[in-house]
Ligand binder design. Structure first.
Ligand SMILES: Cc1cc2nc3c(=O)[nH]c(=O)nc-3n(C[C@H](O)[C@H](O)[C@H](O)COP(=O)(O)O)c2cc1C
Length: 389
């Protein structure tokens, strides 16, 4: 049995245990995957400043994210089809996050429904919305999230059209998987996954099937989804959705200082600097490289969070030191979930926490709030800026 000490160990187990189609769905970026790669290699370019002979006792990673107390500033990002990575995946991940004291964000495109997750957890989780053309559906899903006790809406702004991931097309990605010959051969080696799936009834998009007009099965669902992302979503509509929701609002998918200013103006409680993990605009800059510009533009006006490329507690520390108040794990917790279910998500969070805490100490800091650019050595020219014109 592998001794698991890093998210990469969880990734290796995940790769062995989950069907190829769902592994590829997670582990791909759009088109050439340049942005997907940059997200992690850019973190690696930042070095840490070691300090010694500093009192390192009484350390704390506790903080707040969008008004919520957190044991460390690392939430679980919304990830579609999580319930295909492991049976009842969203419920398992939400429970692990709750036990650890960090927010779980449920995707619109989840397998377990909002109601399913609420029934199996005791604290409010966050709900992520993709804005759909069907306004009745949007109104109803917001009401369902409110009824389930969700206190924060994460509105994703970077997916009005879908970035293309070649492998998903080649694999014929679907939930549940279509039983073609190559899929069946691959599934035969994933007995752990298969047993879990046989034991659950949650195998379709639980927030949509039976809730959207005309969607009652998998095939009507695929065509509904493809047509539904709202191409007309603009800042006026974001403002209307803020009113309609009436609770805390986090705007996700901001990667430009001008957009960050608009998000602050609209009155978001927080923004997530993100390129969707390199799954949308291939060729876009990494989130961590963009963070300093966005901090300069809106750091005093709105809380800034970051995702895309976080694979360790050291990455979390780098984002916090560059000004982010919070961060999110996306793929990082999916590796744990696919590897070992709820215990695997807990393990991912424990690893990240330990790495963050130890790194903080060796940088001579006792509290996440004290981290700053003084803890980092950033290469010249790292910072991203577009050419004005
Ligand atoms: C498999 C997968 C599915 C995702 N689904 C969603 C989603 O449904 N909604 C959303 O806002 N973001 C989604 N994202 C983006 C994540 O919320 C997050 O921005 C991204 O995973 C960060 O990149 P990282 O995982 O490489 O750190 C998804 C990401 C992955 C990897």
């Amino acid at each position: 049995m592998t001794v698991v000490t890093t998210l990469q160990d969880l990734h290796s187990l995940y790769r062995r245990r989950v069907p190829r189609m769902f592994y590829d769905y997670t582990q791909s970026g759009s088109w050439t995957e340049q942005t997907f790669r940059d997200n992690t290699t850019d973190f690696a370019q930042i070095r840490l400043r070691q300090r010694v002979a500093v009192d390192m006792s009484d350390r704390s990673t506790a903080s707040t994210m969008a008004g919520r107390d957190v044991s460390m500033p690392v939430a679980l990002a919304p990830v579609g089809l999580t319930g295909m990575q492991h049976a009842d995946g969203e419920i398992k991940a939400a429970r692990a996050a709750e036990a650890f004291g960090v927010p779980f964000t449920l995707s619109t495109m989840s397998i377990c429904s909002i109601e399913d997750v609420a029934e199996h957890t005791t604290k409010p989780f966050w709900f992520q919305l993709y804005v759909m053309k069907d306004e009745d559906f949007v109104a109803r899903i917001l009401q369902r999230a409110r009824d389930a006790g969700c206190d924060t809406l994460v509105l994703t702004l970077d997916l009005q059209v879908l970035g293309q991931r070649h492998k998903d097309l080649k694999n014929g990605l679907s939930a549940p998987p279509k039983l073609t010959l190559p899929t069946m051969i691959n599934l035969a080696t994933k007995w752990r996954w298969g047993l879990g799936m046989l034991g659950t009834k949650r195998r379709f998009f639980g927030n949509i099937v039976g809730h959207a007009k005309g969607v009652s099965d998998a095939s009507s669902l695929m065509s509904w989804t493809a047509e539904q992302f709202d191409l007309q979503l603009d800042w006026a509509k974001v403002a209307r959705l803020k009113e309609q929701w009436g609770g805390r609002l986090v705007l996700k998918g901001i990667l430009d200082a001008e957009d960050a200013k608009m998000a602050a103006k609209v009155g978001a409680d927080a923004i997530v600097v993100s390129n969707h993990g390199g799954r949308q605009l291939d060729g876009a800059v990494s989130a961590i490289r963009m963070l300093p510009d966005i901090m300069d533009a809106v750091g005093d006006d709105v809380e800034v969070h970051l995702d895309s490329g976080i694979r360790s507690g050291q990455d979390v520390l780098k984002a916090l030191a560059l000004g982010a108040r919070g961060t999110y794990l996306g793929r990082g917790y999916i590796y744990g979930l696919g590897a070992m279910g709820e215990a695997g998500v807990r393990k991912a969070l424990e690893i990240v926490h330990k790495e963050l805490d130890t790194t903080m100490a060796l940088c001579g800091e006792r509290h996440v709030h004290d981290l700053g650019p003084h803890n980092l050595i950033v290469p010249g020219g790292f910072r991203a800026s577009h050419i004005p014109g």
